[in-house]
Design a protein around this ligand. Structure first.
Ligand SMILES: [Zn+2]
Length: 207
């Protein structure tokens, strides 16, 4: 997680795959994310980081990334502040990260997990997010969510590039026949990779 990365939007990387290091959750058809804070770095401790409270401040007193996100989220939850905008990237395969959309950081809390304290951050999909589609592990038969296995096959087939212009930036998984018109999320042949620009152009035409 990177608060105000390069002075602009914040960025988080998430993974909901089995065996992922953090207990990130996707809810509400991808509109709500519950993102777990970061552990202390392994190198600085002899103890397993998973047994240590997630850090809010450095020894110097400066806030960690957990601390920065927590402060911003609590400010919003109390009211009167606009939420931070956060770009969310999801890991679908080793070395393959996919842009999931722009989210608003709306709440945060600390909770006990296996005898230690972890941070939880709640994010909602922003109204006008150019998001494509979302991953879920439950493969319901009629679902607009594209399973990770299908995403990975599409990624390989389209060689990690927009099928229209070859861009490798901000790629989206696009339903060729929109889900709202009966297009399947479960068939690779109905899913293609598009860059953000071509994804938006297509949606402008349909709606
Ligand atoms: Zn393109």
């Amino acid at each position: 997680m990177n608060f105000h990365l390069a002075g602009r939007m914040s960025v988080i990387l998430m993974s909901t795959r089995r065996g992922a290091p953090y207990a990130d959750q996707v809810k509400d058809s991808g509109r709500t994310l519950i993102y777990e804070g970061h552990d202390v770095p392994q190198s600085k401790h002899d103890l397993d980081p998973k047994t240590i409270d997630q850090p809010e401040i450095y020894p110097s007193g400066r806030p960690t990334q957990n601390g920065l996100f927590f402060e911003a989220a609590v400010r919003v939850a109390r009211g009167g502040h606009a939420p931070e905008l956060v770009k969310v990237y999801e890991k679908i395969h080793n070395g393959v990260w996919v842009f999931d959309g722009i989210f608003e950081l709306v709440d945060a809390w600390k909770e006990s997990a296996n005898g230690r304290m972890v941070f939880k951050f709640k994010l909602h999909l922003a109204e006008n997010s150019p998001a494509g589609e979302y991953v879920s592990n439950d493969e319901l038969p009629h679902n607009r969510l594209i399973p990770s296995t299908v995403k990975l096959e599409v990624w390989k087939r389209d060689k990690g590039k927009c099928v229209l212009c070859g861009s490798r930036e901000n790629l989206h998984f696009d339903h060729i026949i929109p889900f709202s018109l009966g297009g399947s999320s479960l068939l690779e042949k109905n899913i293609q990779l598009l860059c953000a620009k071509h994804n938006l152009q297509k949606h402008d035409k349909i709606t």
